[in-house]
Design a protein around this ligand. Structure first.
Ligand code: F0G
Length: 467
C-alpha cells in the first residue's frame, strides 16, 4: 500500500467545546493556553490519504525490512499522521497479539471463542506504554526537545527510560513515588540509565510536580496529558480489530488509572467510524480498583457526564475538594493504577459517551484471583491488567455483558513487572497473605499454585511429582 502520508493535516485543538482553541502541532504546552483544558491531536480527514478498507493495512506485513511497516504502531501511520517518516523513533513496538483465551473464558462465564486477551505486556519495555512512547518521542524529536520527563507508577518511567536510552538524543528524568512502584519497573528505569527521582509522596504528588518542572525547565512532558502519546495508543485498538479479521467486538475492557488508554481507545473508534472504516463502535468498560475509584464514583455516583463537551467543571472541582477534605489517598495492590486524580478524566468521560461505555470497580482480592487465572491461561499479566478480567467476571455476573458478547480485555503489563505480588499469592499461607495484604482486603489465594517443598531424596521427589 504505497499511500503518501500527508502530515500538514494535523493540528492540536482544545477538547472543551466552549473553547475549541487551535494550536499547531509544534506546540508543547499540553494544556489549552486559553482555558487550561486538555488538547487533542486532530486531523482534517477530508484531505487525508486513507486506505479504502482497514484490510488494506495487511499489505504492510509484506515489508518487515521497513521499520515503519514492522512497528505495530507505525504500520497504521495513515491513522496517526502527525509526523513525517524522518522524525519517527521506533523500536519495533506494538507487535503484540490478540489471543483467543478459551482457557480463561470459563472463569468469566463466557463460552469458548468469546473472550480475547490483548497481551500488551509483550512490548519492548513490557507494557502498553511503548505504543504511546514511540509517538511522544517522535513528537519530541519533531519539536527539537532536548530533555524529557515523566511522573509514573512505574511503566511510563520504564518506557520513557527505554526510548531515551535507545535513541540517545533525549535524556530523561523520571519521578516515581518512593516505595510506590513495583520492582520490575524500578529495575528497568535504573538499568536504562535515566535519572530517577524517588519523590516522598504518591503518584498524584509526582504528577503535579512533574508538570511544574516541565514548565519551569522547559522539559518535554511524556505523561498522557501529552496528546501525541494517546495517538500511539490508538493503535492497540487497530490491532485488536486486525486480530478479529477487522470485525468490531462488543466490548473492550481496560483498567483505568490515569485514563489515557480509555481516552485513546474512544478516539480511535470514533475516528474510524467517522471516516467510514468501521460500521459501529464497541462499548468500552473501564475498570477501577476499589482503592482508586475516582472515575467509578464520578460516573456512577456523581453522575457527571461529558455532556457533549460541556462538562460541569465545578462539580468535578467540588468532588476533588471533598476528596482532599477527607484526606483520601489511592491505595491498591495494583500499584500501576493507584491514582486519585486521573489527568485524562474528561477525555475518558467523552469516550464513555461516544461508546456507550461503563465503569466498574473490583477489589484487590478479585484482581489477584483473576491474575492467577490469566496466568494459568498463559503469558500472564501484572495486577492492574487483571482488573480487566476481574471486571468482565463481575459484569457477566450482573448480566451487563451478555453470554454471546465478544469481549476483549487489554492486558496492559507483563507478569514479570511485579513478581512480588505473584510470588506472595502463590506461596504464602492464608495467614501470611492476610499479614502481607490484609490492609488491602486480601485474605486468601483460592487459585494459588503452591510450590512443594521436598527433601533432596529421589523417592520423595518422585512421590511429590506423582501425588
Ligand atoms: N495498566 C498498567 C500496567 C499501567 O501501568 C497503567 C498506567 C494502567 C493500566 C492505567 O492506564 O493511565 O491509561 O488509565 N500506568 C501509568 C504509569 C500511570 O505511570 O506507568 P491509564
Amino acid at each position: 500500500m504505497a499511500i503518501e502520508i500527508r502530515t500538514d493535516i494535523a493540528y492540536q485543538q482544545c477538547m472543551n467545546a466552549a473553547c475549541g482553541a487551535r494550536l499547531g502541532i509544534e506546540e508543547t504546552v499540553f494544556e489549552c493556553p486559553q482555558c487550561g483544558d486538555l488538547l487533542d491531536v486532530q486531523y482534517d480527514w477530508s484531505r487525508a490519504a486513507l486506505p479504502k478498507r482497514l484490510k488494506d493495512f495487511e499489505a504492510k506485513w509484506a515489508h518487515p525490512d521497513d521499520p515503519l511497516a514492522f512497528s505495530g504502531v507505525w504500520r497504521f501511520h495513515e491513522l496517526i499522521p502527525f509526523a513525517a517518516r524522518e522524525h519517527i523513533i521506533t523500536l519495533g513496538e506494538g507487535r503484540t497479539i490478540l489471543q483467543r483465551a478459551d482457557r480463561v473464558a470459563p472463569y468469566v462465564d463466557l463460552p469458548a471463542g468469546r473472550l480475547f486477551l490483548q497481551y500488551e505486556g509483550l512490548n519492548p519495555s513490557g507494557s502498553f506504554k511503548d505504543n504511546g512512547m514511540t509517538a511522544a518521542f517522535t513528537h519530541a524529536h519533531l519539536v527539537g526537545a532536548s530533555r524529557a520527563a515523566c511522573a509514573s507508577t512505574g511503566n511510563t518511567s520504564a518506557s520513557v527510560a527505554l526510548f531515551s536510552a535507545v535513541d540517545g538524543r533525549i535524556p530523561a528524568v523520571v519521578l516515581v513515588g518512593s516505595g510506590k512502584i513495583a520492582y520490575g519497573k524500578l529495575a528497568q528505569a535504573l538499568d536504562y540509565g535515566v535519572r530517577v527521582l524517588q519523590v516522598q509522596g504518591d503518584f498524584d504528588v509526582c504528577m503535579k510536580r512533574v508538570k511544574e518542572v516541565a514548565r519551569e525547565l522547559k522539559i518535554y512532558l511524556m505523561n498522557s496529558v501529552n496528546p501525541f502519546r494517546l495517538e500511539g495508543q490508538k493503535t492497540i485498538m487497530y490491532r485488536i480489530l486486525e486480530g478479529l479479521a477487522w470485525e468490531v467486538p462488543d466490548w473492550v475492557v481496560v483498567p483505568g488509572g490515569n485514563l489515557g488508554n480509555s481516552s485513546a481507545f474512544g478516539k480511535a473508534f470514533k475516528e474510524l467510524a467517522e471516516t467510514g472504516l468501521i460500521p459501529r463502535l464497541p462499548r468500552i468498560a473501564v475498570i477501577n480498583a476499589t482503592g482508586a475509584d475516582t472515575l467509578y464514583r464520578i460516573v456512577n455516583q456523581e453522575r457527571i457526564t461529558w455532556n457533549g463537551g460541556r462538562v460541569d467543571d465545578n462539580r468535578i472541582a467540588a468532588f476533588y475538594k471533598q476528596m482532599d477534605a477527607e484526606n483520601r489517598r489511592a491505595k491498591t495492590i495494583a500499584s500501576a493504577i493507584e491514582i486519585n486524580r486521573p489527568v485524562n478524566l474528561k477525555k475518558c468521560l467523552r469516550a464513555i459517551e461516544w461508546t456507550g461505555g461503563i465503569v466498574e470497580k473490583v477489589t484487590d482480592q478479585e484482581i489477584l484471583d483473576a491474575k492467577a487465572r490469566v496466568g494459568a491461561g498463559g503469558f500472564g499479566c501484572e495486577p492492574a491488567s487483571a482488573a480487566s478480567v476481574a471486571g468482565v467476571r463481575k459484569l457477566r455476573a450482573a448480566g451487563v455483558i451478555g453470554p454471546k458478547d465478544r469481549v476483549v480485555c487489554v492486558l496492559t503489563g507483563h507478569a514479570l513487572k511485579d513478581p512480588h505480588a505473584t510470588v506472595a499469592y502463590h506461596t504464602m499461607t492464608d495467614a501470611q497473605l492476610a499479614g502481607e495484604y490484609g490492609a488491602y482486603g486480601v485474605r486468601a489465594a483460592a487459585h494459588a499454585n503452591r510450590p512443594m517443598v521436598v527433601a533432596d531424596d529421589l523417592d520423595k521427589i518422585v512421590a511429590a511429582i506423582q501425588s
